[in-house]
Write a protein that binds this ligand. Structure first.
Ligand SMILES: [Zn+2]
Length: 260
């Protein structure tokens, strides 16, 4: 009996990514083409330090990479299975995520999501430099490109080999040859770091304005927003026996206050 072989489109893509070998100049040229294509086509991204991004922009990135790096083989290798794109503001550590879903009826679909909160927290005028996949990124679009390249290779591996692992040699070989990645991690600025830099950590006394009043309280948790407990006789009872009102405040709206 013949052993199972990959479907032709996926086999072609697998062969293409394993044999890929371009010069630094050609890679740099194609990366510029991707950037120009997306910035020209997008209704939301008008400059490298964009302030608005839409899931449709991830679709444009897919089109551009597929066209300029993979001769349209990624689109073909989907073989009619659906690929959707999502912007996530919940991911606090990873830059992106690629998921393969199988429905109850056995239909397979894929989703690429990108963490936008970290992209927006990084690349501010006074923020420290950022590397994504080992490459120094000087603007938000460059950061988005590196995250997308990483996720696209996850998708390619899932299509060609049914599974994907960015800590393994095959993955790292593909990202190094195609995009010159030297790492599979990023050091984008996280909310926790942003908060720590502002001196705001769990236990800090902070003040903030809300509906025309200034409140003072203690930081209880730092995630997407900072949870601040303000002592209030009408508030919730906490384990320390005191009552607090709970506020969720963006870091930028908090000031460090003198300890009570
Ligand atoms: Zn990964």
């Amino acid at each position: 009996m013949a052993s199972p072989s990959p479907a032709p489109a996926r086999g072609l893509l697998a062969e293409n990514v394993l044999l890929f070998h371009w010069s630094d100049d050609l890679v740099a040229h194609r990366l510029r083409q991707v950037r120009e294509y997306v910035l020209a086509q997008s209704r939301h991204l008008h400059r490298e330090d964009f302030i608005v991004v839409h899931p449709r922009d991830l679709h444009l990135l897919f089109e551009a990479y597929d066209r300029f790096f993979f001769e349209g083989l990624c689109g073909n290798a989907l073989e009619g299975q659906s690929l959707s794109f999502r912007l996530s503001s919940r991911m606090t550590k990873t830059g992106g995520k690629t998921t393969r879903f199988t429905s109850r009826t056995g239909a397979v679909s894929y989703e690429i999501s990108v963490a936008v909160n970290m992209l927006f927290d990084s690349f501010e005028e006074d923020s420290r430099s950022v590397t994504v996949c080992g490459i120094e990124c000087t603007n938000r679009f460059a950061g988005l490109q590196r995250i997308f390249e990483h996720e696209l290779v996850h998708l390619i591996e899932m299509l060609c080999w049914g599974e994907s692992d960015c800590s393994a040699a095959r993955f790292q070989g593909i990202t190094a040859r195609h995009f010159r990645h030297t790492a599979h991690t990023h050091n984008l600025i996280t909310r926790r770091e942003q908060a720590a830099e502002a001196g705001i950590r769990v236990g800090s006394m902070v003040s903030f304005a809300f509906e025309g009043r200034t409140y003072k309280g203690r930081v209880n948790r730092v995630t997407k927003r900072v949870t601040v407990l303000v002592e209030d006789a009408a508030g919730q009872l906490f384990s320390d026996g005191k009552r607090y009102r709970v506020f969720y405040v963006p870091i930028g709206s908090l000031r460090l206050a003198d300890p009570a």
